[in-house]
Design a protein around this ligand. Structure first.
Ligand SMILES: NC(=O)c1ccc[n+]([C@@H]2O[C@H](COP(=O)([O-])OP(=O)(O)OC[C@H]3O[C@@H](n4cnc5c(N)ncnc54)[C@H](OP(=O)(O)O)[C@@H]3O)[C@@H](O)[C@H]2O)c1
Length: 251
């Protein structure tokens, strides 16, 4: 298989690259940090059919699309590149909000605008989205992040309905907290935090099993699911008291 993984220079993306580095697979690893990508490439080359790196900022849409066009045919894309802009109760500056949406949402469509016609022509292809449990319940301290991931769920769902008849598989992954550079920056208690290795293995298995929607860890997902089923005024009270405590702790 020829596989493109975005955000492959660290965390979940790098972990998935390691699991897909087999003699049958050709990997294309995309991110901004060339040094990290080169180190990973040299680690993976002994076990992988071929490893190429693409140094690119996914929010530079024209450059990104040019690079994707140069790749040629693909079998799978893992749309993993993502950022968080921290947890704050302040009004998010517009430029930060836009940057987050460019990376977490719009870059995925920039890639798929190029990839989808090719998948349709070959009547096969797999698209993996890396969303988040934060898409299911929005926290006042991560407005842009939750909104971008909820929008990503809607996008993934519509792509799945639209292109099912074309033989295209869509997998949407909603992880809870997994150890990575992103979560290393969090200074609050992260419930059900998984090691990078554990989290990545679960994601890999879900991709291989073509799970339409895989939200995990299960207990964390069930708690969030339960909260979303409650009437809004009860959710307001629960989230409100939790946030009050977080604000007090951050003072
Ligand atoms: N860890 C968690 O608990 C968790 C939970 C739910 C969802 N997720 C999602 O999982 C995905 C991976 O995150 P992670 O936890 O593995 O964090 P991470 O270690 O910070 O990885 C993020 C990756 O995205 C790349 N990236 C960021 N901005 C980019 C840009 N403008 N252009 C190209 N690449 C860019 C980074 O590479 P460069 O900096 O080299 O560009 C890096 O490879 C994200 O979409 C995140 O939202 C994570």
């Amino acid at each position: 298989m020829k596989i493109l993984i975005t955000g492959a220079s660290s965390g979940i993306g790098a972990g998935l690259a390691k699991l897909y580095a087999t003699p049958d697979n050709e990997l294309l690893l995309l991110a901004r940090r060339e040094d990290k990508l080169l180190t990973l490439k040299s680690q993976l080359e002994p076990t992988c059919k071929r490893v190429n790196i693409i140094v690119c900022d996914v929010s530079d849409f024209d450059y990104l699309q040019d690079k994707i066009k140069q790749i040629g045919t693909l079998d799978m894309v893992v749309l993993n590149a993502g950022i968080s802009i921290g947890h704050s109760f302040e009004i998010t500056p517009f430029k930060d909000f836009k940057r987050l949406f460019d990376v977490n949402l719009l870059s995925n469509h920039a890639i798929l605008e190029v990839v989808l016609p090719q998948f349709i022509a070959q009547k096969s292809g797999k698209i993996v989205f890396i969303s988040s449990l934060a898409s299911l319940i929005a926290m006042p301290s991560s407005k842009a992040y939750s909104a971008s991931k909820r929008a990503l769920n809607a996008y993934a769902e519509s792509i799945r309905y639209k292109y099912k008849k074309d033989g295209i598989k869509v997998v949407n992954i909603l992880p809870g907290f997994i150890q990575s550079e992103m979560t290393d920056k969090n200074d609050f208690n992260m419930p059900f935090l998984l090691s990078n290795e554990d989290g990545v293995k679960r994601i890999y298995k879900a991709i291989e099993n073509n799970r339409r929607l895989y939200a995990f860890p299960k207990r964390f997902f069930l708690i969030i699911k339960f909260l979303t089923l409650l009437p809004q005024f009860i959710r307001d009270m629960i989230v409100g008291s939790k946030m009050k405590k977080m604000m007090q702790d951050s003072e």
